[in-house]
Design a protein around this ligand. Structure first.
Ligand SMILES: Nc1ncnc2c1ncn2[C@@H]1O[C@H](COP(=O)(O)OP(=O)(O)O)[C@@H](O)[C@H]1O
Ligand SMILES: [Mg+2]
Length: 404
């Protein structure tokens, strides 16, 4: 009795309810999909991602265009919207054209924090005069925590309103945005979360010549998507991580036993030690085959210090021979429980290794890209085990789930 009186009402309140949790500024959510509207060859498409997803389709069907949407998203917080668009050839190039008429593009990224309802970020652009653009709408809703917490912002391209207080006067939840700029840099909680999420998407387009060249020492915060800083990124790995990359590479290129950075004046490269019956031989990166350098750079990207949430790899089959390719896909699949992987491919050998639920089929229909999962009929054929997805692809019979 006497004890209870020592607590004030405030104390009791505090122990009962410690308030909503802060937005997860540093946690990275799972990317669940992307929705494209009037973007490049897509009029309308919805790509859902699993841990490991493979987009398969013939040439010019729209595989690379889907990848460009991810790269554009990542570029927005990295370079700002005007430069991000310029790096993709400008707003006008991105607009979907059917019958010569340009349409206004929009991209929506769906993501989810564990245990919370779905979240999204969405940006749609329109033209001002001729080829100039404006942001028509940009918004995000971030759901997190176990108590239904949520932060959001919404902008019409010139005014932003956010769910929580921005820097500035305590009661000012609105702020102005300069023409053509993204609302992501306005500092609301929701925009921080979206920025970090977009930055955690990495598209990898390895240029073997850059991996093989003498490289300048670089910051290792970020893996250069073309492979231009592989030596520095490798050097920053722990002993265990180096061993893992070396083992992965030896599954693709038998005999690789050690990889070591090597300096030449102010430049650097990697040395690969290969075991052969006649003893160990050392090769500098530039002496290795293009396929080996590509495979190495992809494995390094999967092991880098700053682990991306989603890695997008275009056509891993290029320059990599069949046996090595199967090992590479196995490694990508097993790593995808930690880092989501999206690949594009037209290799029947790759899709033989991919679960049918992870396949997305793209095709071109009247100059529009279409994207869908594999049809139920085709799945039931595959379930019999009498034929593989690759064999169906070779026979041009990997049917997508077409919606009328
Ligand atoms: N703005 C656009 N509007 C409509 N179609 C486009 C646009 N930009 C590119 N395309 C079409 O996209 C196709 C190339 O798609 P891409 O994704 O590169 O194919 P792939 O599957 O080979 O990677 C080309 O046929 C091109 O005509
Ligand atoms: Mg392509």
């Amino acid at each position: 009795m006497a004890e209870a009186q020592e607590f004030s009402d405030e104390d009791v309140q505090e122990t009962v309810d410690d308030g909503p949790s802060l937005p997860p500024l540093w946690d990275i959510p799972r990317i669940v999909g992307i929705e494209l509207t009037n973007f490049l060859s897509y009029k309308k498409a919805h790509l859902e991602l699993s841990d490991f997803t493979a987009i398969v389709g013939p040439n010019a069907s729209g595989k690379s265009n889907a990848v460009k949407a991810f790269r554009l998203l990542r570029d927005i917080p990295t370079y700002g919207l005007p430069v991000a668009l310029a790096r993709h050839g400008g707003f006008d190039q991105l607009r979907h054209r059917s019958n010569g008429k340009p349409n206004d593009p929009a991209i929506r990224l769906n993501f989810v924090f564990e245990g919370a309802p779905p979240s999204f970020y969405e940006i749609s652009l329109g033209s001002v005069s001729g080829k100039r653009y404006r942001v028509k709408r940009e918004r995000a809703m971030v759901n997190y925590g176990e108590r239904g917490e949520s932060v959001s912002f919404d902008s019409d391209g010139s005014r932003l309103s956010a769910s929580e207080r921005l820097a500035g006067p305590a009661d000012d939840l609105r702020s102005a945005i300069a023409p053509g700029q993204s609302a992501l840099s306005t500092g609301s909680f929701a925009s921080y979360v979206v920025q970090n999420t977009l930055r955690s998407i990495q598209t990898i387009e390895i240029n073997p010549a850059l991996v093989g060249a003498l490289q300048d020492p670089s910051s290792t915060d970020e893996f250069d998507p073309a492979g231009g800083n592989t030596t520095s990124v490798f050097e920053a790995l722990t002993h265990e991580e180096r061993t893992r990359v070396t083992e992965h590479l030896s599954a693709v290129v038998p005999g690789i036993v050690r990889i070591e950075p090597q300096n030449f004046a102010d430049k650097q490269t990697l040395a690969f030690y290969q075991h052969s019956p006649s003893g160990n031989r050392k090769f500098l990166a530039k002496q290795m085959s293009d396929g080996t350098l590509r495979a190495f750079a992809i494995m390094l990207a999967m092991t880098q210090k700053t682990r991306p949430q989603l890695i997008v790899i275009e056509e891993p089959e290029v320059a990599i021979h069949l046996g090595a390719l199967q090992s590479l896909v196995e490694i990508l699949k097993s790593a995808s429980s930690a880092t989501q992987v999206l690949i594009t491919t037209h290799s029947a050998d790759i899709i033989d290794e991919v679960p049918v639920d992870s396949l997305r089929v793209v095709w071109s229909d009247q100059d529009q890209s279409q994207l869908a999962v594999v049809s139920e009929h085709t799945r039931s054929v595959l379930r019999t085990g009498m034929i593989t997805p690759g064999a169906l692809l070779r026979a041009d019979a990997l049917d997508p789930d077409r919606v009328a």
